[in-house]
Design a protein around this ligand. Structure first.
Ligand code: DQA
Length: 149
């Protein structure tokens, strides 16, 4: 299938440790395995997936700004910055394409400091609690969501 749309999948702090980080919550797949699955799924549905991870808030803000020029969609797991970052909220508000907030776990079932999200009010959809499968499911659905634009 022809690749004609681009999605940035942006991951925040500590997600580079997936595979060994609290596997009872996040599972045992590494971020590289998840990235590979997203890129494969993207190829199947005609979506170019740019998969990124940073432990730095400013770098995530810069990728969101770059996505304005380059991408049709953003999938963001801002990890702990979800609960703290007004800068990421503000950057997401400037992105005109389709935006999905993603979490591996369901933050609402966890500590109360995870119940607040500064990302949710800046995106079109929220996916949480489906484990790492949430990533490929979202990539699978994105072309349909983009066709509504
Ligand atoms: C997370 C949930 C956040 O509360 C946490 O800080 C993370 C991962 C998730 O994917 O479930 O790092 O975003």
């Amino acid at each position: 299938m022809k690749v004609n749309r681009k999605a940035y999948v942006i991951n925040g702090p500590n997600l580079n440790l997936l595979g060994t980080r609290e596997p009872e919550i996040y599972g045992t797949d590494t971020l590289e395995i998840i990235a590979e699955r997203c890129r494969d799924q993207g190829r199947k549905v005609g979506l170019e997936v740019v998969f990124l991870q940073s432990n730095y808030e400013g770098e995530i803000v810069e990728w969101i700004q770059q996505a304005i020029k380059e991408a049709d969609a953003i999938v963001i797991n801002a990890a702990a910055y979800t609960h703290t970052s007004v800068a990421i909220h503000d950057a997401l508000k400037t992105f005109p394409g389709y935006k999905i907030e993603l979490h591996i776990s369901n933050p609402h079932l966890r500590e109360s400091f995870r119940h607040v999200s500064h990302v949710s009010s800046a995106v079109d959809a929220v996916v949480a609690g489906l484990g790492v499968r949430g990533y490929d499911l979202v990539i699978d659905l994105l072309p349909e969501m983009l066709s509504h634009d």
